[in-house]
Design a protein around this ligand. Structure first.
Ligand code: IMP
Length: 214
């Protein structure tokens, strides 16, 4: 089974790929398919909720390609900021900052600035991930989360986005200090993707000759 992934983010693709390795599900990216970026894609992230955005992305690219499609939307939710930046995580820092420092670095600097006066015991946060699968005959949503704390300065070189600031107290490291496999074990994306993968594998088993529905 071919499953297209509705993201243009290489950091996400790097993490998603190993979860589907050694399964009959073959992932293809928008780049593999030659699906050119269009300005209208920006509208897919209406920023209302992770689930709505994931579904909008999956439905849009399913309509464009006709393929089984997986949409993913994720971000960071910070308690001391009343849930900011949430589904706006990618566009959190002002555009001029993003231009000057690059997207990820600007977002990290902006978050640190917003949290400057927040004491150590009040810096709890979580990553959320929503995954939508759109097939010809319907769609399904999955989600995952991981809880942590926002540090005062970046630590680690791995991952992407807010990983260098996201500290996991029970592991004593940030998610930027984990390998892809280690991050997938605990992460919001790993959890949501495994649930989506297992659901697809059940469908495939049902459809296999000799499977439960044959
Ligand atoms: P979107 O889902 O493409 O709208 O973007 C999600 C944004 O949330 C990313 O650009 C990152 O800033 C942040 N984000 C989502 N997942 C992660 C993660 O696993 N680590 C660090 N940052 C993340």
């Amino acid at each position: 089974m071919k499953l297209a992934v509705a993201t243009r983010n290489p950091g996400k693709l790097r993490e998603i790929e190993p979860i589907f390795r050694h399964t009959p599900i073959r992932l293809v990216s928008l780049a593999d398919l030659g699906v050119e970026p269009k300005p209208e894609e920006e509208r897919l992230e209406g920023e209302v909720s992770f689930a709505r955005n994931a579904l909008a992305k999956a439905q849009y690219f399913h309509d464009r390609t006709g393929l089984p499609m997986m949409g993913e939307d994720s971000g960071i939710v910070v308690d001391a900021l009343n849930g900011e930046p949430g589904p706006r995580s990618k566009r959190y820092a002002p555009p001029e900052m993003q231009e000057e420092y690059g997207v990820d670095r600007a977002n990290n600097l902006f978050l640190l600035r917003r949290l400057r006066d927040i004491p150590d015991g009040e810096r709890s946060a979580r990553f959320y991930c929503a995954v939508a699968i759109v097939l010809d005959d319907g769609s399904r949503l999955f989600s995952g989360r991981v809880d942590g704390v926002i540090l005062r300065e970046p630590r680690g070189e791995g991952g992407f986005g807010y990983d260098p600031l996201f500290y996991l107290p029970e592991r004593g490291v940030t998610t930027a200090q984990l390998s892809v496999a280690e991050k997938n074990e605990v992460s919001h994306r790993g959890r949501a993707m495994r649930a989506a993968r297992d659901w697809l594998l059940e469908i495939l088993a049902d459809e296999t000759p000799g499977g439960p529905n044959q």
